[in-house]
Design a protein around this ligand. Structure first.
Ligand SMILES: Cc1cc2nc3c(=O)[nH]c(=O)nc-3n(C[C@H](O)[C@H](O)[C@H](O)COP(=O)(O)OP(=O)(O)OC[C@H]3O[C@@H](n4cnc5c(N)ncnc54)[C@H](O)[C@@H]3O)c2cc1C
Ligand SMILES: COc1ccc2c(c1)CN(c1nc(C(=O)N(C)c3cc(Cl)c(F)cc3C(=O)O)c(Cl)s1)C2
Length: 476
């Protein structure tokens, strides 16, 4: 039921980008009575013939699911998403170790990206006054006046100019809307590419139509400075993602290079995938870069707001990008409710409160990327993890693992960091105390190693080759 009120009745909104953030924010704003037009540079994905083997998926956790639920759009995700109750760690030898995410009800949903995008676009279209315009690429914007120019792909590449009350920039990590924002004074911006790239590989169902591996798991092959992960799909395939430094991807030039690499590093995966299929997938699919982008503020007066990757692209090592983009919509809606759709006040407050949380998850994801290699086998790190797990067992409501607060709670990301620093401090004191009992000498050794540890963490760039496996086997 669309609530028509005086503030938003006549307000027109242009959503630039019809990806996951754009589609969901269109639903939120249409529900709030705005007249919404979505402009997406690609073709309507609902008219695309399903390209075989390109089903890319993502892990949705509670932040994303609750943001969908708030507008009644969680149905398709809950019914079609595949629950992943645990990680399944694949060692070099091919042995597998399940590590549950938490109690029974705590699981992630593996959701097909395209399907989710199509569903959300169709939900948006059910609202009166919502228009979807595909093959419209934003090429210029006068942000203070809500004036946008689009190039409409088609035979004669016409141009379309529109004037709106509000522009929502949802055009992803390489946002054209953000490029306009960057021309304005006092706009902060930073970006960092990491040395790793990623490549998706599709592991088909077996010949008799069954999943090739255990289905309700996020499969991980953690290796020194790279890893492979696999998430299940509805069609009983797995979408696997190889994370590897670009300079190592560059060395995999021939069929033999690829087969030798997988035989050496992921032998069990190679036998599941088959040599021909692996080589075909490997050379057909692109190797993508991963970038971390921060910027501030996210708004211009009562005229413009950027959300999703356009505002805060992050490396995917917490699986939170879409979850954060969906949570952006929930936060914005709460502020519009609080300020009775007064855009001037709501947008300014959005920038103020959301920026610190978005930058916190960008930092957490980058920390996870670094931590899983640099700290994981230091003896003190492992002792702290063991002690932390004991304290979590003893006081589950007081000591919550970092990944649980990120993926299984709606605690604001910044609060997650503050709380985990507090927990770290307590654990550190406990470590020192327990060692002091064991003699002053031991304490000095521990403190020396601790200091080295913290230096490692300070050096954000530090990158040594240590295994992922240990971080999981000792519980993260
Ligand atoms: C390897 C990998 C794994 C990931 N795994 C997860 C995961 O498990 N869980 C999770 O939550 N997140 C995950 N993410 C992050 C997630 O993919 C992004 O955070 C999410 O797609 C952001 O959505 P968005 O709508 O902001 O941007 P996008 O999805 O990039 O959508 C932007 C849209 O804008 C359109 N567009 C761009 N420029 C223009 C223009 N000039 N005019 C008009 N339209 C334009 C694009 O065509 C696109 O449709 C992963 C990312 C990567 C790289
Ligand atoms: C589709 O592509 C991708 C790519 C990366 C991810 C996802 C989907 C989903 N991701 C999740 N990460 C966590 C997490 O907290 N940690 C510490 C982990 C971090 C890494 Cl890198 C990992 F491989 C497992 C875990 C784990 O704990 O299972 C979740 Cl919880 S979900 C990462």
């Amino acid at each position: 039921k669309v609530v028509q009120d005086e503030q938003s009745a006549a307000k027109t909104v242009a959503v630039v980008g019809g990806g996951l953030a754009g589609a969901l924010v269109a639903v939120y704003l249409a529900k709030r009575g705005f007249k919404v037009d979505v402009y997406e540079s690609r073709r309507d994905p609902r008219k695309e013939v399903a390209s075989r083997g390109r089903s890319v998926n993502l892990a949705l956790s509670v932040r994303g699911i609750e943001s969908l639920r708030a507008v009644g759009a969680e149905g398709p995700v809950i019914s079609l998403g595949i629950p992943m109750q645990a990680r399944m760690i694949h060692s070099h030898s091919g042995s597998t170790t399940p590590i549950p995410y938490g109690k029974k009800g705590q699981y992630l949903l593996s959701v097909e990206r395209q399907k989710l995008n199509k569903d959300l676009l169709s939900v948006a279209e059910t609202f009166p006054g919502v228009g979807l315009h595909f093959e419209h690429k934003l090429i210029a914007a006068d942000l203070e006046n809500g004036h946008l120019s689009f190039k409409c792909r088609g035979s004669d590449d016409q141009k379309l100019d529109v004037d709106v009350d509000l522009v929502m920039g949802c055009d992803g990590a390489y946002s054209a809307v953000r490029r306009e924002l960057m021309k304005r004074p006092r706009f902060d911006f930073s970006q960092e590419y990491i040395p790793h790239g990623y490549k998706e590989l599709c592991l088909d169902a077996t010949k008799d139509g069954e999943f090739a591996m255990a289905v309700n798991y996020l499969h991980i092959w953690p290796r020194q400075t790279f890893m492979l992960i696999a998430l299940p799909n509805q069609d009983k395939s797995f979408t696997c993602t190889l994370f590897l430094p670009f300079d190592q991807f560059d060395k995999l030039r021939t069929k033999e290079d690829v087969l030798n690499f997988f035989q050496a590093e992921f032998p069990d995966f190679l036998s599941l995938m088959g040599e021909e299929k692996l080589v075909e997938e490997f050379f057909r699919n692109p190797t993508g870069p991963m970038v971390s982008i921060k910027c501030n503020p996210y708004h211009v007066l009562d005229k413009l707001l950027i959300i999703g990757d356009a505002a805060h692209a992050m490396v995917p090592f917490y699986g939170q990008g879409t979850n954060c983009a969906f949570e952006d919509c929930l936060v914005l809606d709460g502020l519009l409710e609080k300020h009775n759709n007064d855009l001037g006040i709501a947008l300014a407050e959005y920038s103020r409160i959301r920026n610190k949380d978005a930058e916190a998850i960008c930092d957490l994801a980058m920390y996870n990327y670094i931590e899983m290699r640099s700290l994981v086998t230091s003896p003190v790190f492992r002792m702290k993890k063991k002690l932390f797990n004991f304290l979590h067992w003893l006081m589950p409501k007081t000591f919550i693992p970092l990944y649980s607060m990120v993926s299984f709670s709606q605690i604001p990301y910044k609060t997650v960091i503050e709380r985990s620093h507090w927990q770290e401090k307590i654990v550190k004191r406990a470590v020192v105390m327990s060692v002091l009992m064991a003699g002053i000498g031991g304490a000095l050794t521990v403190l020396r190693i601790l200091k080295k540890d913290m230096k490692l963490f300070e050096k954000k760039k530090f990158f040594s080759s240590l295994s992922f496996l240990e971080i999981f086997q000792r519980g993260i």
